[in-house]
Design a protein around this ligand. Structure first.
Ligand SMILES: Nc1nc2c(ncn2[C@@H]2O[C@H](COP(=O)(O)OP(=O)(O)OP(=O)(O)O)[C@@H](O)[C@H]2O)c(=O)[nH]1
Ligand SMILES: [Mg+2]
Length: 394
């Protein structure tokens, strides 16, 4: 499971990354601070299964019954208009995020950067223009891949009677795109039975755009919300959009780590726990307090959760090896979590744990009901599952 952070240059992608992963990376108020991708681990939050069983257990990833589920986060270089023609750093670096199941499109909602990512005064750039051009650049990235391979796809169909779906899916497999998605889009656009030789340029363009939408859903992180007087502009955005302030989250996490405040990512405020804090720190915290009067939370945790649970509809399951004690071999209670797509089956979970376990799959046990379940049974959010297999991992 991977999330990609993308957007115009200088909008706060790396600040978001540092705030979410606690991995410090370079950020600066100028375009193209990031060149090489940053890869780290962030966490989405969900009720831990320990609540259902009313048990207490010691696990760094269970905080007061809230489970932190690790997800890979990737921060890449910024885009500018014309990236597909090589402007700025081009769009080749999008390859770095090709395996991401979902993209968080970070936007400077306060309009403090021009279309090239250069700093300007607040509110002097229209963020809606950024949303449009960044989506166009993504579509163009897909289109470039398709156009580059189009002659070969056409020839394969002519000479080897290959299938169009397979031909296209093969070219996009590096982006984690499956043949059923290609087929869905071909059907939706009524292109499935049309020989690629007869496709118009507009057909190729529409197909690339639709495939991008279908396979790389995007949610918008309206960043730098702390600088906005009001957030009316958000109503004009038709995609899923959540206001946020990566800078505020970063500051809160630092203050929490330093023992100055009590704060957990996603909280609707913080409490100061240290006495007699120096004036500069107090002032910074006053500023942060004023941000909470504009937005309910810093937005970072909400964005990550929305991406995984609402947009992708993933669920959390807990594999265990002992169905009574809910432990692994080492006796650790509820040791692990897996994020899986809705409608995944017990057998899918087995494959995710290990190919051998899936190969020798006999049945699974739902530890909440103690019932035996078959391989094709769909799992539910929060399920605690023991897989019974003739083979063990490795
Ligand atoms: N006020 C405010 N400033 C922010 C926020 N997030 C980031 N910034 C500032 O915006 C500037 C750019 O931040 P980066 O994180 O480097 O942006 P980026 O999108 O990674 O930039 P590139 O790698 O150059 O594309 C820095 O000066 C940050 O301090 C925010 O939520 N509020
Ligand atoms: Mg950056």
């Amino acid at each position: 499971m991977q999330i990609g952070l993308l957007g115009k240059a200088n909008v706060g992608k790396s600040t978001f990354f540092t705030a979410a992963t606690q991995t410090p990376v370079a950020s600066g108020n100028f375009p193209f601070t990031t060149i090489e991708p940053n890869i780290g681990v962030c966490y989405v939050k969900s009720d831990c299964a320990c609540k259902h069983f009313d048990i207490s257990h010691k696990n760094d990833l269970c905080v007061n019954g809230i489970r932190l589920i690790p997800v890979k986060l990737i921060d890449v270089a910024g885009l500018v208009p014309g990236a597909h023609q090589g402007k700025g750093l081009g769009n080749q670096f999008l390859d770095d995020a090709r395996q991401a199941e979902i993209l968080i499109h970070v936007v400077d909602i306060a309009g403090t950067t021009d279309i090239q990512g250069q700093p300007i005064s607040i509110g002097t750039h229209d963020p809606l223009k950024d949303i449009e051009f960044v989506q166009d650049e993504f579509d163009q990235w897909f289109l470039d891949i398709l156009k580059r391979e189009w002659d070969k796809i056409t020839r394969e169909i002519d000479q080897k009677r290959a299938k169009l779906t397979d031909g296209i899916a093969k070219r996009f497999s590096g982006l984690g795109i499956k043949d059923y998605s290609v087929q869905q889009v071909l059907q939706k656009l009524d292109l499935i039975s049309i020989n690629p030789k007869e496709w118009q340029d507009s057909d190729i363009q529409n197909f690339a755009k639709e495939l991008r939408k279908n396979t790389k859903p995007m949610i918008i992180a309206a960043n730098k919300a702390d600088l906005c007087e009001n957030l009316d502009i958000i109503k004009k955005i038709s995609d899923i959009v959540i206001p946020c302030s990566a800078e505020t989250e970063l500051l809160l996490r630092k203050a929490s780590k330093a023992g100055i405040i009590n704060y957990l990512s996603g909280d609707e405020g913080f409490t100061i726990i240290k006495k007699d804090i120096p004036m500069p720190q107090q002032k910074a915290l006053d500023l942060v307090q004023s941000v909470f009067s504009k937005i309910p939370t810093t937005g970072i945790q909400e964005i990550l959760n929305t991406a995984v649970f609402d947009s992708l509809n993933f669920i959390v399951v807990y594999p265990v090896e002992d169905e009574t004690k809910l432990t692994n071999k080492d006796g650790i209670i509820l040791p692990d979590t897996k994020l899986i797509p809705q409608d995944s089956t017990a057998k899918d979970l087995a494959s995710l744990i290990h190919a051998d376990i899936a190969k020798g799959f006999l049945h699974a046990i739902d530890c909440k009901t103690k019932q035996r379940i078959s391989g094709d049974q769909k799992l539910k959010n929060g399920d605690v599952i023991k897989i019974v297999s003739t083979l063990s991992r490795g």
